[in-house]
Write a new protein. Sequence first.
Length: 196
Amino acid sequence: MAEENGIEVAPVNPGWIKKEKNTKYMDLDMLRIFTFFVINTPCTEMSSSGIDVSTYGWGTKAWRTNELKNALLKAASLKRGETFVVAKKTTEMKKACEKCKAKKNFHDDRSQEKIVIYKSRGNECLSKFNHIRNSLAHGRFSFYEGKDNQVIIVMEDGVKHSGKFYVRSRMILKKSTLISWIDLLEKKTLISTGGD
């Protein structure tokens, strides 16, 4: 990683991660979020307990159609190319962060949900879920209070190398958005089994 041109670099230990604050927000919703995204992650190769979305009734080609992808973006009011930006190479992350307004101190602007990711998996959605999983599993996240008592989760994922942190994703999402994504994915099971 000698060539940093185009790569977004961050401190290994950023000041925005408030370790002592995080325990305040650990509730049943967060247990559900950790269980879904870390333990039962849709990125099945990342966990022995991973669950593929086809198990929920979305079929084996769920990521090849736009139904699920668009529903996930809509649930967070994300706009492709503005508040949802995808880099296809790690050397495009600096430009992608600029486009998504997620550069240095990105955690300070929590006025809207946003996601900037490096497409690390075969598709954007699994890449997004993989970055969420890594952020939560590696403790690179922090909670903030938003408008109307909304809990905002700021997340970052990347790779540590030679005393630097090479950013692979930055996200600002409401806790309620992550819950709505879980509900959306699991809802197909309810629909297919005749549940509510």
